[in-house]
Ligand binder design. Structure first.
Ligand SMILES: Nc1ncnc2c1ncn2[C@@H]1O[C@H](COP(=O)(O)OP(=O)(O)O)[C@@H](O)[C@H]1O
Ligand SMILES: [Mg+2]
Length: 1012
């Protein structure tokens, strides 16, 4: 230990030999609350945010808690946000996890590479994913806490870089049973970014008068008389002010008079008190402290190197003044205010010189180096601006969009030429689109436009501003702005025009509003006349965007041709935004495989911008078009639902939910709600409305008709699943107006068969027929094969008794319907019900068995139960589900964990798939066992088998359901009569028997569209 005076603040709470300050005065309740979190060692995780102004005593309390935690046997990890590092992505997280980095390679592979990639420690091969890095942090901490419970202390969280805060907020929201306590200290009244979701809070108020007096009395030379009153008045219960101002009065009893004459905010008063002590130091020591203030937190070598001229003895004077503490790990400021007082009390030129000196020592760390040089620059400097631009590209490659934008923004400020500055601001605005932060985009775009008269830069800036309106959910304004840009740019900058119209089309698709669709259609017409890029590559890009626009506004008149073009795009392009638009178009055209392929590639390219565009690695692409990562996640969520991979859909929704923009998280909520509705997991039984806590979709009118239609459909399915048919009918009826106009030009049609089924079951058959007729009368002139399939199913459901069988046969004969497994199984179930009613039992059985298999694979329990009941009615001895109710008493998450455990997955595997910590998985399992009446995981398989449910994640790779494997009384499909009902079914099942894992290298037998 160095000879530090005992009343110095502890500095970083986690410092191994944190100083022992005197007892804390007047904070009994706060101390009790904080100590209660760590003593006794907690059984569950806890988060607490401690608020309060500078000097109020946050660090002192956190340090006290850390000491208690250590003596109770917990391990303490800590990090302090630093004012100078807020722009450097993931520095905070790196600092926090540094002691654990040697354990990262024990994480599941994809997690460890994502985390190391995010921290910039390795080049991540596929580009790091924010969500994966978040789950890696959670798993790592959970692993460590398994051995020794953990206290994490985040000091000065208001200065932590945003990427680290995002990652920590992600972790915090998933903490559960890991025995991890996370404490954050932060200034101001608002929680740090990402922590605004209702975490417990503790607001530190000023010390009461009596306690303030006590604190003064504990000082080495307590002020007396008038000076005492002046200190108490000025300090207003702030402990640091009480301590510091007493020191001032002790050396200059007249100081109090100046305070009364010249009122100053408390922080300024404190800063100037500290600065005046700093300036009393010898010049060499001042310089050493300045170096420490600037190099602090970079790497130890820099500080050590630069301070080497001065031994610890030379710094003793500064220690004695209480400005710093020195120990074996280096120099620490006693309070962040000391650091900023030191920094700001020297002239700019001196600070700049030290920044340059530090930068010179940082050649291994180009991002930090660039920032130091930038801070040393008054005015402009193109060379430094270029370095920052390169740093931005580096950050973007790491998947850290926000750090990239900050660097570009500063680069622009440093840029001498106004056009070049506008370009960088424009690039920052475009890059900011990926952060979803509307105000930021708008601010950057406005500044870009103001900085230049260059028409191209201005029109690009206006396009970015259009995006900011999209993210802030001002859809009408966004549409107006983007279509205006499209028109204006059409002749001169055709690609900007096409890109803007593509975004406008997305807005129009979202809104589903007829006027919006018409405006986009008009602009499309204009662009087709005039917006012709000169280069062939650009023509191809424009063509891809045109396809998306046509499809999204329902103006694609030749779908097979459009699909062929999309397939070409898939081969020729690698630009993220084109892949995203093309993938979305494929999805709207109901081509799930192609959509998945394109959307996945788009995601991979977003994360690796340098690779896809072929742009020089150090440069942000000059004309880079924006790509919105959140949109492709949401699209993937829907595609995976359609393709019958519901658990994967849930994963995408979880990832999309972490995206900032409101519209994306609303969509993510709907995806989750839809899967829950399909599985009968929403507590919607009565109302058909997914209840709160069941990811109730937060859809408001301004989200547009798209989400409204999705929400009605999900609620309708929830009610159908629950057997509440009247509710189902009334919910689904919202999908069409009385005259048959769809609520949304695309999505409404996806509910048409469910509407028909609900109308029959709710005994509203006549109404159902009438509305279906009107829907038919207003059908768009081209339909995807999926919609055609749904319409023909609806027709069959509502057909006259004489023609019903034929209608069902017709619907089933369309092999394409198999690409939507759930819808196909619904059709099979409905047909089989009809067959049984007509006493064609033997024909019904194999069809029912196929439906049941699909429903079981998807874990669509209500539908599986309906199929089982139907099978029993056919005289098939379907084993009675022994414990389904017990299984159903678990939460949706517990049930998912039980299914995966029953399949033999380890807790780590399960945690990795479900984005939970291994510890949480094990505690859920542990809590599920008694409810299921089992003693261990080896019995889970039995439980699941008895429940007749497939413990699978919903892929078609599942084995036969248990009832078929054991009590098979039903002819399996090989025994079905070929060609009798459904030749496709027959073939399909034969192939599946032979190749349960799919036919190698073959996705579909015949593809009428691509003509394979
Ligand atoms: N309740 C208290 N009793 C005695 N000293 C205190 C108390 N609260 C804070 N201090 C002292 O006041 C100074 C500032 O406190 P600190 O915890 O660093 O504030 P913050 O972290 O809120 O900026 C430190 O020297 C600290 O030891
Ligand atoms: Mg503090």
């Amino acid at each position: 230990m160095t000879g530090v005076t005992s009343r110095l603040p502890p500095g970083a709470a986690g410092g191994e030999d944190a100083d022992r300050p005197g007892p804390l005065i007047g904070r009994d309740a706060e101390i009790a609350r904080l100590r209660g979190l760590v003593e006794p060692i907690p059984r569950h995780s806890e988060v607490l945010i401690v608020f309060g102004e500078a000097g109020i005593g946050k660090s002192a309390l956190l340090a006290d808690t850390a000491r208690r935690a250590r003596s109770a046997g917990m391990r303490v990890l800590s990090v302090s946000g630093r004012e100078t590092e807020t722009a450097l992505g993931f520095t905070g997280l790196h600092q926090l996890l540094r002691p654990l980095l040697d354990r990262v390679d024990r994480l599941p592979n994809r997690q460890s590479s994502a985390l190391l990639g995010t921290l910039g420690l390795v080049e991540a091969p596929s580009g790091p994913s924010r969500l994966l890095a978040g789950i890696a942090v959670l798993t790592l901490l959970s692993d460590v806490a398994e051995e020794t419970p953990l206290l994490l202390v985040v000091e000065d969280a208001h200065w932590l870089d945003r990427s680290s805060l995002d990652a920590l907020a992600f972790t915090a929201s998933r903490l559960d049973s890991e025995q991890i306590v996370l404490l954050l200290g932060t200034r101001g009244a608002a929680p740090p970014r990402g922590f605004d979701r209702g975490f417990p809070e503790l607001q530190l108020r000023p010390l009461p008068d009596a306690a303030a007096g006590q604190l003064l009395d504990a000082q080495p030379s307590p002020p007396r008389g008038r000076g005492r009153r002046q200190v108490l008045d000025q300090a207003a219960g702030n402990p640091m002010a009480l301590i510091e101002l007493s020191k001032v009065i002790a050396t200059d009893p007249a100081a109090g008079r100046h305070w009364e004459l010249e009122p100053l905010p408390l922080t300024s008063r404190l800063t100037s008190a500290i600065a005046s002590r700093f300036t009393m130091l010898p010049a060499a020591v001042q310089r050493a402290l300045l170096i420490a203030a600037i190099a602090d937190g970079t790497n130890g070598d820099v500080a050590a190197m630069d301070l080497s001229g001065l031994g610890p003895e030379a710094l003793a004077s500064a220690e004695q003044l209480g400005l710093i503490t020195v120990d074996t790990t280096g120099v620490r400021f006693s309070h962040p205010l000391v650091r900023s007082a030191v920094y700001h009390s020297v002239p700019f030129a001196d600070r700049a010189a030290v920044h340059r000196q530090v930068a010179a020592a940082l050649h291994e760390q180009p991002e930090r180096r660039a920032w130091h040089l930038a801070t040393a620059t008054a005015g402009t400097d193109d060379q430094v601006a270029s370095l920052l631009e390169a740093a931005a590209a580096h950050a973007q490659r790491r998947g850290d969009a926000a750090a990239g934008v900050l660097a570009l923004e500063r680069a622009a400020e440093l840029t001498p030429g106004s056009d070049e500055r506008a370009r960088r601001l424009g690039a920052a605005a475009t890059a900011a689109i990926a952060t979803g932060d509307a105000n930021w985009i708008d601010d950057l775009a406005t500044r870009a436009a103001a900085a230049t008269r260059d028409p191209e830069l201005r029109v690009r800036a206006r396009r970015a501003a259009g995006w900011s309106l999209v993210w802030s959910n001002q859809q009408q304004a966004a549409l107006a702005a983007l279509t205006a840009v499209a028109a204006e740019a059409s002749a001169t900058f055709p690609m900007v025009a096409w890109e803007s119209l593509a975004v406008a089309a997305a807005v129009a698709y979202q809104s589903g509003d007829a006027d919006a669709l018409r405006v986009v259609a008009e602009r499309l017409h204009l662009l087709q006349q005039v917006a012709r890029p000169a280069e062939p590559a650009q023509q191809r890009d424009a063509d891809a965007l045109r396809l998306w626009i046509e499809v999204s506004i329902g103006r694609c008149h030749d779908q097979p041709r459009a699909l062929r073009r999309l397939a070409t795009v898939a081969e020729e392009t690698s630009a993220a935004h084109l892949l995203y638009r093309a993938g979305s178009a494929a999805w709207l055209l109901d081509e799930p495989e192609l959509a998945m392929d394109l959307l996945h590639r788009s995601r991979a390219t977003v994360r690796n911008p340098g690779q896809g565009t072929g742009a020089a690695a150090s440069q942000v692409p000059r004309n880079g078009a924006p790509s919105a990562g959140g949109g492709s996640l949401a699209a993937l969520g829907w595609v995976y639902i359609d393709a019958g991979r519901w658990d994967d859909a849930l994963s995408f929704a979880a990832e999309a939910d972490a995206f900032q923009a409101d519209i994306i998280s609303a969509t993510a909520g709907l995806i989750t709600a839809t899967v829950q509705a399909l599985r009968g997991e929403s507590s919607a039984s009565g109302s058909g409305v997914p209840a709160k806590g069941d990811a109730a979709p937060a859809v408001s009118p301004e989200h547009g008709r798209l989400l409204a239609a999705r929400a009605w459909h999900a609620q309708g399915i929830a009610a159908l699943s629950a057997g509440d048919y009247l509710t189902a009918y009334s919910q689904l009826r919202h999908l069409f107006a009385d005259d048959g106009t769809p609520l949304h030009h695309h999505v409404a049609y996806l509910g048409v068969a469910d509407l028909a089924a609900a109308s029959v079951r709710a005994e509203r058959q006549a109404d159902g027929r009438e509305i279906l007729e009107r829907v038919h009368a207003r059908l768009p002139d081209c339909l995807s094969s999926r919609v055609a399939q749904l319409l023909s199913r609806a027709r069959a459901i509502l057909a006259d008794p004489e023609s019903q069988g034929a209608e069902f046969d017709k619907a089933l004969a369309d092999c394409d319907g198999k690409r939507w497994p759930f819808e196909r199984a619904q059709l099979q179930l409905e047909y089989a019900e009809w067959l049984r009613r007509h006493r064609r039992i033997n024909e019904a059985k194999p069809i029912l068995s196929a439906a049941l298999e699909t429903f079981s694979e998807l874990r669509a329990r209500p539908w599986a139960q309906r199929s089982e009941a139907e099978l029993r009615a056919c005289g098939v001895a379907v084993q009675e589900s022994a414990v389904p109710d017990a299984l159903w008493k678990l939460t949706a998450q517990q049930r998912q964990i039980v299914y995966l455990a029953a399949r033999g997955h380890s807790n780590r595997d399960i945690a990795d798939r479900l984005f939970l910590s291994p510890r949480t998985v094990s505690s859920h399992l542990y809590r599920s066992f008694p409810k299921l009446g089992v003693a261990g995981r080896n019995q889970l398989r039995d439980v699941i088998d008895r429940a007749g449910q497939q413990p699978d994640a919903g892929t078609s790779r599942a084995k036969l359901p248990a009832w078929r494997a054991s009590a098979v009384k039903i002819p399996i499909p090989l025994a079905a009569q070929p060609g009798k009902h459904d030749p496709c079914d027959y073939l399909f099942h034969c192939v599946k028997q032979l190749h349960p894992h799919g036919v190698p290298g073959c996705r579909r037998v015949a593809d009428p569209v691509r003509g394979e």
